[in-house]
Design a protein around this ligand. Sequence first.
Ligand code: SF4
Ligand code: SF4
Length: 185
Amino acid sequence: MFVDIRHLELLKFKGCKECTECCKKPLAPLILEDFKKVYNYFPILIAKLDYLRPVMLLSNEISCPYLNNGKCTIYENRPPACKIYPYSPWYDKILLDLSCSGVGCEGEYLPLNKKEFYNSSFYEERFEKINKKIEATHKWLSTQKLIFLTSYKNIEFFTLEKNNDKYNLYHINSLKHLHNYFKTD
Ligand code: SF4
Ligand code: SF4
């Protein structure tokens, strides 16, 4: 459960240790700048969640295909969502996933206000001007033509009609990974 850090206090993080829970999450939302970083490893699709948004499929029925013996085999190139977890930016809010098993009363104190967060090791350049980046992503999506692909885990997924836009091409190239997730015609 993601909660705005402004509503939280005095939480600690004991680290991931042997935990691989977030490698079993089905998908992660994307902003445009993420496309280049993930298209070589994961399918980029458009998902109808609360509204249409670009996502990457993360784990299949078992786990992320890059998880092997409890280790990430693409650690240096893991997606931004993996790097910043258990935090997630959402417009002017910074959310923390309380279902992360590393969050509790052991370990290092977690930054729970923006100033501390921006000075912490959890901070990523991706958070910079995130409002504008999310808006630019929505705007870009509104220029694309959607093609229904399938329903999976009760979510409708779409691909995009091919065009010469560079983000569209990252999406098209990423579809080579779909076979790791579900069968398509
Ligand atoms: S971020 Fe949390 S849920 Fe993910 S592997 Fe680490 S401890 Fe587990
Ligand atoms: S890329 Fe690595 S860290 Fe991210 S879900 Fe896959 S195995 Fe886990």
